[in-house]
Design a protein around this ligand. Structure first.
Ligand code: F0G
Length: 514
């Protein structure tokens, strides 16, 4: 059988083996036809992906089979890196289009159906397709929003909204969870945990429930919206309400996951596999635009995983020669949780080829401690003051010639209402992207004819309190606080557990499951 018959169609093959073990030692690109498709090439990928320290002065590598969230040599964040020369890479992005026609049927159909995994050649860390955990996430919409554009002083056709709220758990987090759960399955984990402002916990709980894994979520008491809390409970996660905020929850869950005795697989965005899945948001935007990058991608910034993933997506597409132009990135903080904005815009902190001036970060965090500062914003999803992906976000801003802005709660609420007014909708944090666009226009940085994609990260129904409060002035949240309480009697009721922000108490509470 010829190489062409065994290799993948439309894929660029350089020195890879085909599925029957034949070796192709021809570094030239091979453009093959769909009829020549071979569906087992993923078997070949075992040693072609690894974990790589993001610190260019360190560059330590670790196997894909290891579970880690930082480099053990220098403690920097990790990337998933690929030996692209030895992997089948599409010759062009059009390669992915044929997957729509499979309609989710057949062997690879469930992967083609997923808006994440139909781009699997661009995140090939798995060994075999069977390992992939998916429920058809990422089938989201890039909507041309001309009515909103008019309100935003943009020309028709220039403003596009990427509705990530259409994911199965209602937020963009599913893009990352499907990838992290795939890795969890590869390494045989069955107890997974995260800290969350709500959406990560909802998504984790959903995938854990679907895969018979034990999910544990750490949330700050009173800090997450009811829509998100209800999901974590309903999908059966052990829900620990810690007396602290997101930053405190993340510190605790990391401490626990770092202890091998606890057997916890960490699902926060320090997990580099999660960010692999989140790259697909950019692939779908390109797909919806016939593979033409927009001028701008605008995204809210919280723990800064999403913008970091976007940067990595474009770095890789550029390296692979799959795109010519890289869009500019705008990351929007809430002014009540503005660490990135403070460091990037006011203190001029930069990636600087990996030489991030950590003393600036240390000083800011020390000042926060000293003044007893806690972030506060109506956009509870991004109420985070110590974003763990900060260095990766700086790298993304560097590569995508990015800017950072912050918007007030009032601006967030007004723009949230404006988005909803013209159909679909989003939760408050998501609307920071549209409010940020307004700011950039007012400053003359974005023009009315620029092509702009705002990422709407979470569904409108995630936080109905914010919506009801905006339209009626009734604060349903405070009503809930004084609402009558009774012991739940449902046969599979899953009550949250209140825990002090104390390691031993948390470990004790976790003992109640698993
Ligand atoms: N928008 C929404 C709706 C979110 O839930 C989050 C993060 C963000 C934006 C910010 O994304 O962290 O990648 O910069 N939510 C996390 C959570 C922190 O726990 O659900 P990021």
């Amino acid at each position: 059988m010829s190489v062409c018959q065994k290799a993948h169609f439309g894929l660029r093959l350089t020195d890879i083996e085909c599925c029957t073990g034949d070796s192709i030692r021809n570094p030239k690109s091979l453009a093959l036809t769909p009829a020549d498709a071979c569906h087992n090439f993923h078997n070949l990928m075992t040693d072609r992906a690894h974990q790589l320290c993001t610190n260019p002065a360190c560059k330590a590598t670790y196997s894909i089979d290891e579970v880690r969230t930082s480099c053990s040599k220098c403690h920097a964040l990790l990337d998933i890196a690929y030996d692209w020369d030895r992997l089948p890479v599409p010759k062009s992005m059009e390669f992915f289009e044929h997957r729509w026609s499979t309609k989710g049927a057949g062997g690879s159909g469930r992967l083609d159906f997923s808006g994440v995994w139909r781009f699997r050649e661009l995140m090939p860390f798995f060994r075999h397709e069977d390992e992939i955990v998916t429920i058809g996430e990422g089938r989201t919409v890039l909507q041309q929003a001309d009515l909103l554009a008019r309100q935003m002083n943009m020309n028709p056709g220039r403003l596009l909204l990427q509705y990530e709220g259409l994911n199965p758990s209602g937020s963009f987090k599913d893009n990352g969870m499907t990838a992290a759960f795939t890795h969890a399955r590869i390494v045989g984990a069955n107890r997974v945990a995260c800290a969350s402002t709500g959406n990560t916990s909802a998504s984790l709980a959903m995938y854990a429930g679907l895969n018979e894994m034990i999910g544990v979520v750490f949330i700050g008491t009173g800090k997450i919206s009811f829509g998100k809390l209800s999901q974590a409970l309903d999908y059966g996660a052990l829900t620990l309400q810690i007396s602290g905020d997101f930053d405190a929850c993340l510190r605790r869950v990391k401490e626990i996951a770092d202890d091998p005795k606890m057997g916890i697989y960490l699902m926060n965005s320090v997990n580099p596999f999660r960010l692999e899945g989140q790259k697909s948001i950019m692939f779908r935007i390109l797909e919806a635009r016939n593979w033409n990058p927009p001028d701008w991608v605008i995204v809210p910034g919280g723990n800064l995983g999403n913008c970091s993933a976007f940067g990595k997506a474009f770095m890789e597409l550029k390296e692979l020669g799959l795109i010519k132009k890289v869009p500019r990135l705008a990351v929007i903080n809430a002014s009540g949780a503005n660490t990135l904005s403070e460091l990037f815009s006011r203190q001029n902190l930069r990636w600087d080829n990996g030489n991030v001036d950590c003393s600036k970060i240390g000083k800011l965090y020390a000042a926060m401690d000293e003044s007893n500062y806690y972030p506060h914003t109506v956009a509870s999803a991004i109420e985070i003051s110590r974003p763990v992906n900060l260095p990766k976000a700086l790298r993304a801003l560097d590569f995508m010639n990015g800017v950072v802005r912050e918007v007030t709660d009032d601006e967030i609420l007004e723009h949230r209402a404006l988005v909803a007014r013209y159909g679909f909708g989003c939760e408050p944090a998501s609307a920071a992207s549209v409010a940020g666009l307004r700011k950039l226009q007012e400053e003359g940085i974005v023009g009315r004819d620029d092509e702009v994609v705002c990422i709407l990260t979470g569904h409108e129904l995630k936080d109905p309190n914010a919506t009801v409060m905006y339209h009626t002035g009734v604060d349903m949240k405070s009503v809930q606080d004084v609402a009558p309480r009774s012991t739940p009697t449902g046969k599979i009721a899953n009550q949250p557990i209140q825990v002090d922000d104390d390691l031993q108490s948390i470990i004790k509470a976790m003992g109640s499951r698993g």
